[in-house]
Design a binder for this molecule. Sequence first.
Ligand code: M6R
Length: 617
Amino acid sequence: MCGIVGYIGKKDVRNLLLEGLKRLEYRGYDSSGLVVFSPTGFNVIKRIGRVAKLVEATSKNSAKGTLGISHTRWATHGGVTESNTHPHVSSDGKIAMVHNGVIENYVEMKKFLEIKGFSFSSETDSEALSNLIAYHYAKEKEDGEDTSRFFTAVRKALSHVEGTYGIAVTCVDYPDELIGARKGSPLILGVGKGEYILASDESAIITHTSNVVYLDDNEMVSMSRDGFRVVSAADEGIDPVINTIDWNIEDSEKGKFEHYMLKEIFEQPAALENAMRGRFSDDGSTAIFGGLNLTPRELRQIDRLLFTSCGTAWHSCLVAEYLIERYARIPVEVEYASELRYRNAPLDKNTLVFVVTQSGETIDTLGALREAQRRGYRTLAITNGVGSTIAREADGGIYQHAGPEVGVASTKAFTSQLLIVAMLALYLGRLRDMSYTDGAEMVKALRSVPNLVRETLKQDQHIKAIAAKYAGYADFLFLGRQAMFPIALEGALKLKEISYIHAEGYPAAEMKHGPIALICEECPSVFIATGGEIFQKVLSNIQEVKARKGKVILIHSKSCEVPDGLVDDTIIIPDAADSVMPILATVPLQLLSYYIAVERGCDVDKPRNLAKSVTVE
Ligand code: M6R
């Protein structure tokens, strides 16, 4: 949520910042702005709307420099206006700052600063911090300090902040220093040769260097063209660990696809292969996970699992509940992270907590993880965010290796999570009652998924045609039973997110307890039924809809027998084992929502009001 890019080095900072902002735009796109530190001081340019507007405005400005900061905003405090757009320059003109996060005590800060003579030109919480840094900067001068005055001022100001921040700060008197700091909002340092880039995520860094330092909470970094130093809030030096980004720039380009979302849908076979690579035992009867940091003996002591996360990742948790309970016979509870973190849930001492998160930065999921750890629970993360805050703070976990996901609507990260929870069900099942033969059969089923997804993707044009037929409707129901219920929820969420159509997901049989009142010619239902003993029961649910003139799109597997003329449209997916059906059933739903959104002229990759990584509460 909000993207930050800061740079100090030898290159023309303007283009570098703009290029970085374009890559981070998926984090927020209400407005954007930058400061170029030129020989004449701060050059501030801000624009409402997409980064393209800032690019246009910047091309008319001749300011040049090799130090600068920039920001693309997802509005929290204050509307989408130019004055609320970052960077915020302190009212004395000394400090320019960009901020991601929420300063909770900004009202009292503001009152204090107004008394001290500072003025405000925005409604943001962030401006209070920029002025507070300026206040401490002025005070340091009075106290007679000099060389580290700017750094000390930032550190002192931050000690008064309640809330979260990732910031990049410059001071008009320090043309050779850029400062960054984080608490609760991500910030990464790219380490180049004589140049440093500060950014909210790796995508703004990767074109310049693959060497990065993931800053931890309460750490500050000071960069010059000659080097950098990381210190703790207590001003103690920290030995930074330099990591290598494990993907390259092509992975985050759109290539031949019109949208990232479509590209990422089509990348699913590869993402699934990556999730499995090296993760099956030599005898092909179980999964292996290197990073759980728990021995099989310790895992045998666990008698309950708690899965927690947000949004699409929460749907993965619901699928985990079905699969793990079925194959491993371990009770699983699922909680929204935003609820769990504030709920005083009584948990058994032998509970193991799993957090699931594509980005590894979602603030509610992080909050739930920390709360579980505070209470002494062991926590594991399933995440695509290598080096993310959650990956670093969890006691262990499983990386998805799905590659960068840029489209705001999660697609390949979701199916890769589904595969990982199926592998986890296998692994835990084999530690308990699952036989060698059943394990080997499940491994075979899992290995077949990438090809089955390839086969499903061949329906692309058929689904596009169905989407064209249904794009004009204003309400949809998505219905499924058992493990297809979370998939119905995901189908509804995808449609809502990118096409702004009202959609609800429900367990198919639950429909008659209320939502059936919505059924009419104007409200189509998407049923997901992949066979098994409840298939006939879902057909009865479809009959109930048809009896009320509702239109029905049915996603079913090849061998299911559907009475002629029962449904209006069908999408057929390959036959496969139950453990992988959630993955196969998801693919047509992604394509359906994608093509409906395109048909309606929506901005698929940057849906209104959303941001890819939700790092505020
Ligand atoms: O990065 P995370 O998986 O933690 O993100 C969780 C949700 O914010 C995310 O899944 C969101 O619901 C997506 N927009 C879904 O497409």
